[in-house]
Design a protein around this ligand. Sequence first.
Ligand code: BTN
Length: 261
Amino acid sequence: MKWLDEKDILRLGRSLIGAVELREEVGSTQEVARELAAVDAPGGTLVISRRQAGGKGRLGRVWGSPEGGLWMSLLLRPDFGPELAPRITQAASVAVARTLIGLGVEARIKWPNDILVGGRKISGVLAESNTIPGENGPRLGFVILGIGLNVNLDPEDLGLSERRAASVRGELGRDVPLAEVLSCLIPNLETMLDEIEDFRDTLKDLRELSDTLGRRVRVRRLGEVVEGMAVDIDPEGALMLSTRSGLVTLFEGDVERLRGV
Ligand code: BTN
């Protein structure tokens, strides 16, 4: 299957993508993007690798990244303040979910940033940022938006059972060229990242595409466990849980679905 072409990707990017780094194998595209950021690479630099030997997931987890998946990190240098950085993850999750739906895969978003198909994870988003002092208070130096999407691989290639992971190939019964996936994903990302400051439409999408709302869940965060019914996503993208001791608003955490709902 054809690997990617830098010029084709640049053509898709319009205002979002300014430079493309295609690699055969890296430790993690997040790390490559971080190194590029350190030598003043501009926002809009996109790193894609055919394989990652040390793919990173959220909460220090390992992200299996064999050939066939889309493993990418986009360096962003946003103008807005660090308080809006968490929205980038959620905006990107909507872009990935829309892309999958466009391909015919019924994707849903498990708050805050897992993309699931039938309860199995098909994609994850990881945004890492650094904050630096600015004239008017702290500002974002950069954000590295990492997206991992299981495309042309089988869940066993990840060392996971089919019950835990999904892939585009597994869902559609055919391979989809990564160039085709990017031709939907990049315009979707561009649209969603333009709506970070006015987040109202994204919130609507997050609610509509949510796999979490209306379910009883257990959320682990910072050594604490909270259980309740996921009732809403607030204007900041936080998850609102109705618990025995009242309404709890969560800005981060790892969600586990409880049986029965
Ligand atoms: C998660 O769900 O835990 C987030 C997974 C993010 C994986 C992607 S793959 C491309 C980029 N490089 C990495 O090492 N991680 C992200």
